[in-house]
Design a protein around this ligand. Structure first.
Ligand code: HMG
Ligand code: MG
Length: 309
């Protein structure tokens, strides 16, 4: 098994998973040039991020924004200390990923039937069967595998999502062999007590060290929700530089919580990330300017402003 996964080594280290180039750019209204994507990923790595989700090998008909995955991946600077997981929805996606020597993948499903149908056109159980097929092949090739669960705190279509369903899907992903399971508040509707209850319930079935929090910030609750997860022992956090993105199959959902804001909070709590926050803030401003969008990171904007004054 590939061990280059950058697992949290100690209780005061938080593994940040940068998802901006994938989750962020998949929802950009305009197609972003390949060279801008490559430059963004390089700058993120130079700011100290060790895990940067680079792109998706999904159907280009579904996500045209990431249709250049096959071209992009071989152009990334390969380093022993950095991993670039990619999203893979099915065996076809895995074959594409293997042909460019990907080492880490992310499979994805949801705790909401309605969302899963719209996102990947199948039921939860069918997607788990697809994931098993992908996992079998991934293991043969020594890949590291993350499993995502969307809608863990609510769904844009069916609204309430029972915690028991989140636990069931997490248990299955764990049994199938996912190295890490990322719990997605896809539309950012969760609040701290719900987030805590959800994490506690999932952690009763899957070791907490394998769980990650992936919170979008639509209702401004992501930081508070993350704090409760940290208190429960979560040490893997997904975030997106400058708060890029959303989800094309969750209308109205905004981007992930901004990486700069999370890192600012973590460093303030005395937790380590290995990230140079000032450098990261400049990356966030740079990509926001290039894409002509407002920098969604409060900490990032403040750091950039302070440098200019
Ligand atoms: P489908 O239409 O049901 O499947 O899509 P299909 O097998 O009938 O394929 C349709 C066409 O796509 C065919 O081409 C296939 O060959 C092709 P045609 O014959 O029409 O020319 N195809 C592919 N092409 C390239 N790569 C592939 C691939 N697979 C099929 N891998 C499918 C099913 C899963 C493919 C589709 O629904 C899909 O790609 N969905 C991806 C949606 C997506 O990427 N959503 C965003 C990511 S998830 C997310 O953001 C949530 C997360 O951030 C966590 C959170 O916040 O909650 C992770
Ligand atoms: Mg997401």
């Amino acid at each position: 098994m590939n061990t280059n996964t950058h697992s949290p080594a100690s209780d005061d280290f938080v593994k940040m998973v940068e998802v901006g180039p994938r989750d962020g750019l998949q929802d950009e209204p305009r197609l972003v040039q390949l060279k801008i994507k490559l430059d963004l990923i390089q700058r993120l790595v130079e700011s100290g991020l060790k895990v940067v989700e680079a792109t998706s090998f999904v159907s280009p008909k579904w996500i045209p924004q990431l249709a250049d995955a096959d071209e992009l991946f071989p152009l990334l600077e390969q380093r022993d200390d950095v991993s670039y997981p990619v999203l893979v929805p099915n065996v076809r996606g895995l074959e594409r990923a293997l042909s460019v020597n990907v080492k880490a993948i992310a499979v994805f499903t949801a705790a909401s039937e309605a969302f899963n149908q719209r996102n990947i056109n199948c039921s939860i159980d069918d997607s788990l069967a697809r994931i098993e097929a992908v996992m079998g092949m991934a293991r043969e090739h020594g890949l590291w595998v993350r499993g995502y669960i969307s809608c863990v705190l609510g769904c844009p279509y069916q609204k309430d999502v029972p915690v028991s369903e989140v636990v069931r899907v997490a248990r299955r992903l764990h049994e199938i062999g996912c190295d890490e399971i990322s719990l997605g508040d896809t539309i950012g509707v969760g609040t701290p007590a719900k987030a805590r209850a959800m994490i506690k319930a999932v952690a009763s079935e899957v070791p907490i060290a394998r769980l990650g929090a992936h919170f979008h910030d639509t209702y401004g609750q992501a930081m508070a929700n993350l704090l409760t997860c940290l208190e429960e022992g979560v040490r893997v956090i997904d975030a997106s530089v400058a708060g890029l993105g959303g989800c094309p199959y969750a209308k109205g959902a905004t981007g992930n919580v901004a990486t700069e804001d999370v890192v600012y909070m973590l460093h303030g709590l005395g937790l380590n990330t290995g990230i140079d926050l000032e450098k990261l803030a400049l990356v966030g401003q740079h990509i926001s300017d290039l894409l002509d969008r407002r920098n969604q990171s409060r900490a990032g904007s403040a750091i950039v402003k302070a440098r200019m004054s």
